[in-house]
Each structure stands twice: as C-alpha cells, then as structure tokens.
Design a protein around this ligand. Structure first.
Ligand code: FE2
Length: 231
C-alpha cells in the first residue's frame, strides 16, 4: 500500500515529538503492508516550518530509517490549510507539493463553510492538482461537492480511521455514499503518534464491501501517479 497522508516526520507539527516515535510509526506501517509513505506535515497556524527546514528534517529522517534497516520509501509533501489568502500562498515557493509532483494535499476548516469547488478551480488554474484531505470531515460538503471537485480536476482522500468506531458513524455514512458514487480516490492513514494506524483494517473493510479492484485502486494504484509525478 501507498500512504499519501501521514504526520510521521518528527519535530515539525503535532505528529511526532521524537525520532523514536516516528520510527515506531514507520515500523507499524511496514507491518501493515505499506511500501511507500508520503510525509505530509501540516502547514497551518503555528505549524509553519519552512520548505528548507522540512527538506532538511526529511533527509535526516530518511537516513535514520535507512540505518535502522527498515524497508520503506519515504517521500516529502505537506498538508496545507486553506484560508482566504490561499492564492497568495500558492503563488510562492513556500509550499511543498507531494513528492515534487503537481499534486497538493489541502485541508479546510471542518465546520465553517468554505467554497471547496471554487478553491479547486483556482488551484487547477494555477497548475496544481488538489487532493482534498479527509473529505468526510467537512460537515458542509456532501457528495455533490465531491463530484464538483472531481469534475474540476481535483481528487478525494478519506481517512482510514473514519471507517470505524461509534463516534465516526457520521463519517462512514458519508464515505459509503462517496464509494457508491465512485468518488473516492485515496484512503490514507493521516497517522499521528497519538492515533492508531487503521490502514490495513480499512483495506480489509473496503475489499469486503466494495471489491478488490476498488480496494487496490484507493490504497495503492491511484497513488502511483503521485510517486511517478503524473497527473
Ligand atoms: Fe492530516
């Protein structure tokens, strides 16, 4: 599997406060069948490490993982919070795309309404390919918004942990609709040190409910485009 949304890189956001906890997360991912992981620290509020710093921490962490003999490929990206000034931000070199491709992982406020379709339209015009992080979390966005995103050239990501647990029932209801309409492009862990990695469990669930070709597409094959730099 290829995990396109993770907070494993240490020191740069709320994902991990030590190299040790980052290594534990990587080992757990490998145990679950992850071969490639995109590291996507937040660019949001106080989490605003520069691209230069992220690249330096990334290079150091890749060395640590290699020296520990862990078989996984790590790629760098960012999860970028969208506010009203996003066009200005995306005109600079302050942001990181996923693995240097045109794909950008973007997130929105969960409750206060933001025009997701308009954002995708603007970013596509600027030459980016936006992926909407954990689409199920935005209370104001239903399947019709996901359809709009995709018709404009964007993609939809949902979180592996949103399939499970009583508190997440409302998320799963939305995810089920998205799968029925063929709107899900990626399932990712969005793993933090404080959050269990549900990727393998979610794979088994999607396999059972929606079939092997859907499961392989959303957990592995669609993400090859990001790793290969295709759009
Ligand atoms: Fe995230």
């Amino acid at each position: 599997m290829i995990d396109v949304h993770t907070h494993v890189l240490p020191f740069v956001d709320d994902g991990s406060r030590s190299v040790e906890s980052s290594l534990l997360m990587v080992k757990e991912a490998v145990a679950q069948g992850v071969t490639d992981m995109v590291l996507t620290p937040h660019l949001r509020g106080d989490y605003n490490a520069s691209s230069k710093r992220l690249k330096s921490v990334y290079n150091d962490f890749c060395d640590v993982v290699k020296n520990a003999g862990i078989e996984i490929k790590l790629h760098l990206g960012q999860e970028i919070f969208i506010d009203k000034d996003f066009k200005k931000l995306f005109s600079t070199d302050k942001i990181l795309t996923l693995n240097g491709s045109k794909f950008v992982l973007i997130e929105f406020d969960y409750v206060s309404d933001f025009d997701i379709g308009e954002t995708v339209y603007e970013l596509v015009n600027m030459g980016y390919v936006p992926i909407i992080a954990h689409f199920e979390r935005y209370v104001y966005a239903d399947s019709s918004v996901a359809e709009e995103v995709k018709s404009l050239g964007g993609f939809i990501q949902v979180n592996a942990d949103s399939f499970f647990g009583k508190a997440k029932k409302v998320y799963y209801k939305k995810i089920k609709e998205l799968f029925k309409d063929g709107l899900v492009d990626f399932v990712a862990s969005d793993v933090h040190a404080f959050r269990e990695n549900y990727l393998n469990k979610a794979y088994a669930f999607v396999l059972k409910k929606f079939g092997v070709s859907t499961a392989d597409a959303v957990f592995t094959n669609n993400a090859l485009k990001i790793l290969n730099g295709q759009t």
